[in-house]
Unconditional design. Structure first.
Length: 456
């Protein structure tokens, strides 16, 4: 075959933001290597980055995405190798979609963009293009217990600076039992991550659906989910239902993060998903700081709980490999039947977990000699006595153990005075309650999931 070469050029303005510009390229039979290059100028306008990425879809489906910064993207695919973010495999003949995803074109200066697609019959071996590895066989799982881990992290397969091996090593150094790889709009790193986890870490597979109007985690999935919104056709609730139908958990990520142009698409602004069918919300993303807007995310979750939504609250480091990422990262402490991805996800689905940067918590409601734990729902008779029992350890002595009922602080104990406290309530005067640990300066150190007291 002759070398295939196609070039497309565009001049984009801010009116072209939030579009998926698809280019159809016919790949001839006999193609053994596909090279795609995207470059654009300017990279910066008034100090803000133009954010333009690539997605490749072959005749047989998804072949990868490069959701990363920079104004030049170089992609190579062969049968055995692929640029991180993309999937190695046969270069199937037929119509390929090379999609330019314009997450943000900063107003002011037009963005000149050039896309080149080159196919050839001979592979060019390149040591810079890694080979995918196969996952190891599963090991015998541990039994029932509390297991600590991360539900949100990235590698070089999207926009992080570290490898899967480095992410796994960091999880080991933190004493985690499980780790999640949730790269942006791709699953290409999961095989490499499974190998890096070895025999001592459980991998929860995932991807982060990085839409133009908010991000969501699809926990438990190993295959790509099309994140692209088509008004009146493929809307966000449809995507959430697709994740659920595949057996995954749909998690609204960092819902009150700052958005465009500082963090492109990071704020959750889908009008039909507030929270719509979503039942899991990430309320602790990255370090617990003012810049993270975690307090705002938690307050939003409380609003949704008060509206009658049965929500599960989670944490995720959103770690990208920055060595100075900072302290106060929240991890998920999950009560699972076994230490497997499936058991962890089943426990998360029903809210059997708390989030913590270190303190250990237990929280139960006792009604008529029946015990209800985080995620459970009780139906106490009106006026029936309720005991809310808090237990804690590994807390700073000046921290506060705070009972929150229907979003409002309703009781407090000092962490340095004992390790257990009981509050009394009456049936019919509350819908839900959580337990939190706050440092002396107000920072959240730990938070349980709700116990529901209205039987809905």
């Amino acid at each position: 075959m002759e070398t295939l070469s196609r070039t497309f050029e565009h001049s984009l303005t801010d009116l072209d933001s939030k579009h998926n510009l698809a280019h159809t390229v016919e790949i001839p039979a006999g193609t053994r290597q596909l090279d795609v290059t995207l470059d654009f100028e300017p990279a910066l306008v008034d100090g803000f980055h133009n954010m333009v990425t690539l997605t490749l879809i072959g005749p047989s489906g998804f072949r990868g995405a490069g959701h990363r910064h920079g104004n030049r993207h170089d992609v190579r695919l062969t049968a055995t190798q692929a640029t991180p973010g993309y999937l190695a495999g046969e270069i199937t003949a037929g119509a390929w979609q090379v999609v330019i995803d314009t997450h943000l074109i900063v107003p002011g200066t037009p963005c000149s963009l050039r896309l080149q697609v080159v196919g050839q019959a001979v592979e060019t071996q390149s040591p810079s293009v890694p080979t995918r590895t196969a996952p190891r066989p599963p090991r015998a799982p541990k039994g029932a217990g509390w297991y600590r881990g991360d539900l949100h992290a990235h590698t070089v397969h999207s926009d992080a600076v570290w490898s899967a091996a480095s992410l796994a090593d960091d999880a080991r150094a933190r004493g985690l039992d499980f780790v999640t790889l949730s790269d942006h709009n791709t699953t290409s790193g999961l095989a490499e991550m499974a190998e890096a986890c070895g025999d001592d870490l459980v991998l929860v597979p995932a991807l982060e659906l990085t839409t133009f109007w908010g991000h969501a985690l699809a926990l438990g999935l190993r295959e790509w989910v099309d994140w692209r919104i088509t008004p009146h056709q493929r809307v966000m609730p449809t995507i959430a239902e697709e994740v659920r139908a595949r057996g995954g958990l749909f998690v609204i990520a960092h819902p009150r993060s700052i958005g465009d142009p500082h963090c492109t698409g990071c704020a959750w602004v889908h009008p039909d998903m507030q929270p719509g069918p979503a039942r899991i919300v990430e309320v602790w993303n990255g370090p617990w700081t003012g810049e993270s807007r975690n307090e705002e995310a938690l307050a939003q979750a409380f609003v949704w709980l008060n509206a009658g939504c049965r929500l599960v609250l989670t944490a995720g480091t959103d770690h990208h490999g920055d060595p100075d990422y900072g302290p106060d990262l929240g991890f998920n402490v999950v009560m699972a039947d076994r230490l497997t991805a499936e058991s962890l996800l089943a426990a998360i689905r029903v809210g059997h977990l708390y989030v913590s940067s270190g303190p250990m918590l237990d929280f139960e409601a006792v009604i008529d000699a029946e015990s209800y734990v985080m995620g459970d729902s009780a139906s106490p008779a009106k006026g029936a006595p309720i005991q809310l029992i808090a237990s804690w350890r590994d807390c700073p002595p000046d921290a506060s153990i705070v009972l929150v009922v229907d979003g409002v602080p309703a009781g407090e104990a000092r962490a340095g005075v004992g390790s257990t406290h009981v509050w009394g309530r009456s049936g019919g005067d509350a819908h839900w309650c959580v337990l939190s640990v706050r440092a002396a300066d107000g920072r959240l150190l730990a938070l349980t999931n709700p116990i529901f007291l209205d039987g809905r």
